[in-house]
Design a protein around this ligand. Structure first.
Ligand code: UDP
Ligand code: MG
Length: 317
């Protein structure tokens, strides 16, 4: 018999308006479907009362648990912290703003009962996002799909994993994680369900443009070495072009017309200079990723844990 408990991991950064509502909605859906569950809110260094809200709920309901980070470590870290705390036979990761419809969790759970180890949530439509965000996200996923060979366009962090798969993910030694791609990479018996992205329940998106850009670059570097190959190709191409220009220069020189062509020199300088700098930047990105990995710092630091606080009878933050 499998452990029937479903652990719902919810990364939450400054989500005080959402916590109680999300907990109530999830509770209703799970109770109606008769699924035993626990909710683990991971407050990602929130500056508002997110964790106090979680602690309040945890005092009344033992199925609600929560962690608070020492600072903002990012959604990836929050997901992994939540996964390492699960007690269930399977885990679902969902956003705190109800953009991932809790009803879909019931379907995911049924699939897990049928024997699937991974149930991917695939977006039907993207909800009400700004045009800018949409274009950026689309571009990012197109690029990721090209780089990793995995279909990233409509994938999301909303998925169910069996405790087995969670353990495999947690055992991966890398510090820079990319949950979405890693759970593709591990394989296992998986299936997909489709869901509609809802509007954010309360509050505003927690991603600024720069945060999203950083996230995109860091994920690319942590999951693909294709940009490095690209640098080599660019080098090869410019060598080829250089060869052509060299022949042309030589011919001009031989026929006594060598002073012309200043424009070509400037263009070449600019192009090559730009190419070299870009290449250096890409290589630098990988070196810094290696640097971060060898330091072996933890993925996150937990400051508070509802389990411990409640055991100690210390209810104050
Ligand atoms: N989130 C987080 N840490 C961060 C940013 C976001 O844990 O640094 C959480 C956030 O609280 C939410 C989820 O990640 O539960 C998705 O964030 P958001 O809804 O802001 O992103 P969007 O849906 O706009 O892409
Ligand atoms: Mg959202």
């Amino acid at each position: 018999m499998k452990n029937p408990l479903l652990s719902i991991v919810i990364p939450a950064f400054n989500e005080e308006e959402n916590v109680c509502n999300t907990a109530a909605v999830v509770q209703k859906v799970m109770t109606d479907a008769n699924i035993p569950y626990e909710m683990i809110f991971v407050s990602d260094g929130s500056k508002d009362g997110t964790f106090s809200k979680v602690l309040e709920l945890a005092q009344k309901d033992h199925r609600i648990r929560g962690l608070e980070f020492s600072r903002n470590f990012g959604k990836e870290s929050a997901i992994f912290a939540g996964l390492s705390a699960i007690r269930g036979g399977c885990a679902v990761v969902m956003d705190c703003d109800l953009q991932h419809p809790p009803k879909a969790i019931v379907e995911m759970y049924r699939r897990w009962q049928q024997g699937y180890e991974i149930v991917e949530g695939v977006k039907n439509t993207r909800g009400n996002e700004s045009v800018f965000h949409k274009i950026f996200a689309k571009g990012f996923y197109k690029l990721m799909t090209a780089m990793t060979g995995l279909d990233m366009e409509n994938s999301s962090d909303f998925k169910l994993l069996s405790a087995n798969v969670v353990q495999v993910l947690l055992d991966m030694p890398e510090r820079k994680t990319f949950f979405r791609a890693m759970s593709f990479w591990v394989g296992f018996n998986s299936c997909q369900i489709r869901y509609d992205v809802a509007d954010r329940a309360f509050g505003t998106t927690k991603w600024s443009f720069f945060k999203l850009a950083r996230y995109a670059v860091s994920n690319m570097v942590s999951f693909s070495t294709k940009p490095l190959t690209f640098v080599s190709y660019m080098g090869g191409l410019s060598m080829l072009a250089g060869f052509v220009v060299a022949v042309q220069t030589f011919v001009r020189w031989a026929s006594g017309k060598s002073l012309e062509g200043f424009t070509t020199v400037i263009l070449l300088l600019l192009l090559l200079g730009g190419g070299i700098l870009m290449g250096l930047g890409i290589i630098g990105g990988y070196i810094s990723a290696i640097y971060q990995e060898v330091k072996q710092r933890p993925r996150y630091v937990v400051r508070l844990d509802t389990d411990k606080l409640l055991k100690q009878g210390n209810y104050h933050d």
